[in-house]
Design a protein. Structure first.
Ligand SMILES: [Zn+2]
Length: 338
């Protein structure tokens, strides 16, 4: 598919004809990144919601379509929704590709020196975000595996904490620079809302409630306390270069890394020291890399290798563990926080 990376489409207060009968038809009617402005004459304030940066993470888009179709009114704000990786989401089967086979993960292309292809598209999306001088930006995603909802932010200040507390109970404070949209320099709070796994029924509801909450207006200055647990210093567990990956329930003597089949279960709770998380070939921990926020490999601090088993060396929390091999290989197996 030939992609025009400089293209972005604008819709303003779309009618029900434009929105089609359901979100699938609506998606099929789009052909590239699309900005939808829902204006409110009584206000100059804008909230920006981005979604579908990853084509296989539909909850934000489904919720947005539902909210627009119900023609709910928003209070004293204007909304700018930006639907990003339309081509990836649109390729068959719908919502199955994080990005196109020959493409790049656009949520790794922001704040980059490159200015062509997907980097150009990231620049154009960033420009569309900043153009309305928003009061806040929410980037909606689904986790690759089944998971409760949580927020991720690069900043820990009152406004970010307050904003996250409207949507979920946990905020991961991350200083890892990946080229994600939430890392752009902008003078307002920006958070990523991970609504839960795309097959988790509640994830669409989380996204819809987030839009409804925002539509009622959120006061980030009020001292009214909402609790949120802040989780610091996430680290990414990745395969070392050219290491093969399998999932299984026992040691099958595979080359490279075998991760336990029920790894996604750990997204819901703590992983305790001594827990077996998989099996490794004779190269042991050399098969894996655990990068902290200084990009140091700290794999030996958190795991050990014994009788071909990969074992947790201390208690930690696991996030975003996935059984989707392609994502586990190309992005990371999971995140951990101490
Ligand atoms: Zn995502």
């Amino acid at each position: 598919m030939e992609i025009d990376f400089s293209e972005i489409c604008y819709l303003k207060n779309p009618s029900s004809n434009t929105l089609k009968a359901d979100y699938r038809q609506f998606l099929l009617s789009l052909y590239g990144p699309t900005v939808i402005d829902i204006t409110n004459k009584e206000s100059d304030d804008w909230y920006v919601i981005t979604t579908l940066l990853h084509g296989n993470e539909p909850s934000g888009f489904i919720a947005l379509h539902q909210w627009l179709s119900q023609k709910k009114k928003q209070n004293h704000i204007n909304f700018r929704f930006i639907i990003c990786s339309v081509e990836a989401a649109n390729s068959t089967p719908l919502f199955s590709k994080r990005f196109l086979n020959e493409g790049l993960d656009i949520n790794r292309c922001f704040n980059h020196v490159e200015t062509s292809g997907y980097y150009l598209r990231a620049n154009i999306i960033e420009h569309a975000v900043k153009a309305v001088n928003p009061k806040l930006v929410i980037d909606m995603h689904n986790t690759s595996g089944s998971s409760p909802a949580f927020c991720v932010s690069a900043h820990m200040d009152k406004q970010h904490l307050k904003l996250a507390s409207f949507f979920c109970e946990n905020l991961i404070l991350s200083h890892i620079t990946l080229g994600a949209l939430m890392e752009i320099n902008i003078d307002c709070p920006v958070i990523t809302l991970e609504c839960g796994g795309c097959n988790d029924i509640q994830a669409n509801q989380v996204a819809f409630e987030a839009i409804t909450t925002l539509a009622n207006g959120v006061d980030l200055t009020s001292s009214h306390k909402q609790t949120i647990k802040v989780i610091h210093h996430p680290m990414r567990l990745q395969l070392a270069k050219d290491v093969s990956l399998a999932f299984g329930v026992e040691d099958q003597g595979n080359d490279g890394v075998t991760i336990i089949s029920n790894i996604e279960q750990f997204n819901y709770g703590k992983c305790h020291a001594g827990q077996i998380l998989g099996w490794l070939d004779s190269d042991g921990l050399k098969n894996l890399v655990l990068l902290d926020e200084y990009k140091q490999n700290v794999i030996d601090d958190y795991f050990y290798f014994e009788d071909s088993r990969l074992i947790a060396a201390c208690d930690f929390q696991i996030f975003m563990a996935t059984r989707q091999s392609q994502i586990a290989k190309s992005d990371c197996l999971l995140y951990i926080t101490a």
